[in-house]
Write a protein that binds this ligand. Sequence first.
Ligand code: VGL
Ligand code: ZN
Length: 200
Amino acid sequence: MTHALLVIDVQNDFCPGGALAVADGDQVVPVINAMMDRFDLVVATQDWHPAGHSSFASAHDGRAPFDVVQMPYGDQVLWPDHCVQGSAGGQFHPNLKTDPAALIVRKGMNPAIDSYSAFFENDRTTPTGLHGYLQTQGVDQVTVVGLATDYCVNYSAQDAAALGYRVRVDLSACRAIDLNGSLQAALDDMARLGVELVNG
Ligand code: VGL
Ligand code: ZN
């Protein structure tokens, strides 16, 4: 078995004080740092949007953050501007260990499509390239941690399961946005797809 740790979006904008702060988001940092040694491979993702990205409420007249709109690829939650390329909010949390990461995947760069998953954009078909990379490294098992449990961690774990990886989500190293029950829905969806939910 070759087991990769996927560290999802541990960036300043998802931590307290950030533009799309997840409650206690920064608390995952020491937990994730301490886990890295136990894996064959570490990959980190970075939400990395161009200014004016179509997932930002500010790009839609008359819309507010957390409204839901129809995009050509389906429902899209509108977010506050966050993780803009080159901004301080888009940087990794300063205490996150990034030296062990073999690969950093940036996502959400297409202005017209959001990308929650580390594997596919929100059309669920445009690949990021991560699957190909993991295949070349012989990875067959992934543990997914980071921010946010109900969005980018959830979509990444679901896609990994659909791609045939053995998938675990360690909830002790994740925190959720939890919009209108999205956390419970995500936990149910992941469990149904065979994602193993563990706590430490
Ligand atoms: C995320 C909302 C918008 C996440 C990214 O990392 O979970 N959520 N962009
Ligand atoms: Zn985003």
